[in-house]
Design a protein around this ligand. Structure first.
Ligand code: HEC
Ligand code: HEC
Length: 644
């Protein structure tokens, strides 16, 4: 692709360049050390004595991720901008008697220093929930409808009543409201994964009605095809379903695509949805059966253990992977409990294997929260699974609705009430909010669209996002508004197709698309990226391969990704097709094309300087290559890629 030509105005170029800064890599991705199995043992052996439990020498405690990131009495010991200059790395190699760590006795070996360095330089990722000293928090199991504080001002949405109260208590300001155009863009992307089209944008801006935002939310949720084809990606990630990949050809794995697509279209109540996955039929068994790995596998990868891990993680936010070789070090789950859940699914009696050594002890089929009831171990498998499904979706089980509504909150608001979303064993930043979301779902017959609606209609959602560049370091999180999000791989791909009208005609997912029944929709809706196999561009933009459950797409761009955006062949051809399609639309003038592009991509008119620069780039009769350059420039803008 050609570089933007020199006619580009400086203002526009500067914006482009500042855009590039945002999409450029933070640090080269490094093979990170395994935190729990390589880093923790070093810290335990050499540092724990003085920096864990009640000991906090120098004000520094490694007990939890939060205390670790807070640092010493002198501040953070990690330098996020220049990780290699972090204090923690300096002290372990320092020759200065006053500074060196540990202060006396054996130094760290070169290998240990290397492991710590790799870990710090690759971002010092802490295993979610891991703590040297286990936090005493145990989440309540029962559902609870919180008592709502009085509404402040006119803000009566229950979410706002809780959050306004929360902010007032902390003496924090409410974030500024979102204007109509930004709201329309955000809510379109969040609910159906598409940009508002230009006609819709104009009509919405011109509409004086007070309830226009609520009407948009309802209309988007009622658009069955667009809704299903957007949320398909979320569920494919969570249920590790895909169209090609390991096991699909040799029968080691089975898709649930057709069932999933229809369930989303029909907005199947979530409790029923979970029951059909936990106690599967032929249409859904792909999830429960997992992946039959070829070759030798560890005890934790047998199908019954995969079942326990997948059900635990996806529906209950419980990490049983860490309790598949030994009792968990991050929360209270025991190896025997993982095996208990696995034994419900297993056709034969299971023997507990600890760290790949058989223990001789049989697994006793059992469910994780016996206070809600148990599974009758004398019944055949199909019945045991039905009983398990009933326990997971029992209305007295608050864990299931909290887990899914927390995931939806995270998708819309950028960060979970419990965070990360799979660490449901840890404390939320607002118990009232988490409980409200969960009980609201149960009271609304497990209708997930009602949860989305509740969130989208809150002033909290309709507020400006925090600024990306000023996000505080993860320490103790304090809510101050939605977090900015990046367009996902599918959203970005769809956006290009939508803006240019260049979507492909064919798709890969084995689903039945209905093109009628959407009211007035005369022409079939555009084919969506979620229905296609992944490609290199989508992969580098964060679409996972779905051999593992993925619940959060990456927020940082890696080097590879930035390269692909700069000169990747796939992006290049997608933009070339897009530019061709735009030429064919015969805009009356270059200015009209620019104005369209800005409204379609950014939900606003170009500024005078932008218009001038872009028209200068295009010339009177724009060549395809010039349009392609302009498209590229617009797509690289943070304003385009980031949902604020
Ligand atoms: C025998 C006790 C002891 C051990 C073991 C120990 N530390 Fe320390 N650490 C201290 C003391 C005491 C201070 C405070 C020093 C001061 O304030 O001058 C400290 C301070 C620190 C600081 C903060 C320095 C600053 O300027 O703020 C870091 C970082 C640190 N330790 C890292 C480590 C690491 C990493 C290990 C393990 C490799 C470790 N320590 C092992 C006693 C220990
Ligand atoms: C494939 C098996 C396996 C899995 C899965 C596994 N571990 Fe381990 N882990 C081990 C083995 C083996 C040890 C060695 C100690 C032992 O025998 O208990 C160990 C030890 C540990 C230790 C003690 C380190 C030390 O020396 O103090 C921690 C902490 C730990 N694991 C955390 C985790 C966490 C967190 C997870 C989930 C992310 C996890 N493990 C998953 C096999 C596993």
């Amino acid at each position: 692709m050609n570089l933007p030509n020199p006619n580009f105005s400086l203002v526009f170029l500067r914006r482009l360049v500042s855009g590039m800064a945002l999409v450029s890599p933070l640090a080269a991705p490094l093979e990170a050390a395994d935190f729990v199995h390589e880093v923790v043992p070093i810290l335990k052996q050499h540092c724990a004595e003085c920096h864990t439990d009640m000991k906090q020498k120098g004000g520094l405690s490694f007990n939890t991720e939060e205390s670790f990131r807070k640092g010493s009495k002198n501040g953070p010991i990690l330098d996020t901008a220049h990780p290699e200059k972090s204090l923690i790395l300096k002290v372990i190699v320092s020759e200065d008697e006053e500074e060196r760590m540990p202060p006396k006795g054996a130094r760290l070996s070169a290998k240990e220093v290397g492991l710590l360095r790799d870990w710090v330089v690759s971002g010092a990722k802490w295993e979610p929930g891991f703590a040297f000293k286990k936090p005493p928090y145990e989440p309540p199991l029962r559902p609870r409808s919180p008592v709502l504080p009085a509404a402040l001002g006119n803000r009566s949405n229950p979410i706002d009543r809780i959050i306004d109260h929360y902010l007032a208590e902390k003496k924090l300001p409410s974030p500024a409201p979102l204007d109509d155009a930004a709201f329309l863009r955000r809510v379109h992307i969040d609910l159906v994964g598409l940009l508002p089209d230009v006609g819709e944008l104009r009509a919405f801006l011109a509409d004086p009605a007070a309830d226009k935002r609520a009407r948009v939310v309802d209309a988007l949720l009622a658009n069955k095809t667009a809704y299903a084809e957007h949320w398909l990606s979320f569920w494919n990630d969570l249920l590790r379903n895909d169209y090609v990949g390991t096991g699909y050809i040799d029968g080691g794995r089975k898709q649930i695509s057709a069932w999933l697509y229809q369930a989303l279209r029909d907005n199947m109540p979530y409790d029923e949805f979970v029951r059909q996955l936990v106690a599967p039929s032929p249409a859904t068994e792909g999830f429960a059966n997992g992946i039959k790995w070829r070759g030798s596998i560890s005890a934790g990868q047998i199908p019954a253990m995969q079942y326990a891990q997948s059900v635990g993680q996806a529906f209950l936010g419980i990490n049983l992977k860490c309790a598949s070789c030994h009792d968990s070090f991050i929360d209270r789950w025991k190896l025997s409990e993982t095996y208990g859940l696995a034994a419900i699914f297993s056709d034969e009696p299971l023997e507990i294997v600890r760290c790949d050594k058989p223990t001789g002890k049989p697994a006793v089929p059992g469910w994780l929260f016996p206070e809600l009831g148990t599974v009758d171990v004398t019944r055949p498998k199909a019945e045991r699974l039905k009983q398990l499904a009933a326990l997971i979706t029992d209305p007295k089980n608050g864990r299931t609705p909290r887990t899914i509504t927390n995931r939806l909150w995270q998708r819309l608001m950028g960060r979970g009430v419990v965070h990360p979303v799979d660490a449901m064993q840890s404390a939320p930043w607002s118990e009232d909010l988490l409980d409200l979301l969960g009980s609201h779902l149960t009271e609304n017959h497990y209708d997930l669209k009602q949860t989305l609606r509740l969130i989208c209609l809150s002033q909290a959602y309709q507020s400006k996002a925090e600024s990306f560049s000023e996000l505080p370091q993860e320490g103790r999180y304090v809510y101050q508004g939605p977090r900015p999000k990046r367009l996902t791989a599918e959203e970005l791909t769809d956006a290009i197709w939508q803006i240019c009208g260049s979507a492909p005609a064919k798709f890969d997912a084995p689903v039945t698309r209905q093109t009628s029944g959407e009211g007035a929709a005369a022409k079939p809706p555009m084919v969506r990226a979620a229905l296609l196999q992944s490609d290199l561009l989508m992969r580098t933009l964060g679409r996972p391969n779905r051999e593992q459950i993925v619940t959060t797409r990456p927020l940082d761009l890696t080097t590879l990704e930035a390269m692909d955006l700069n000169n990747g062949a796939i992006l290049d051809s997608r933009l070339a097709e897009g530019a061709q399609a735009l030429v064919a639309r015969k805009f009356a003038s270059s200015a009209a094309l620019v104005s369209y592009l800005w409204q379609a991509a950014l939900a606003r008119e170009p500024g005078a300087d932008e218009l001038q620069a872009a028209v200068a780039l295009l010339g009177e009769k724009p060549a395809v290559s010039a349009i392609q350059d302009l498209l590229w420039g617009v797509l690289m803008l943070p304003e385009f890629q980031i949902i604020r």
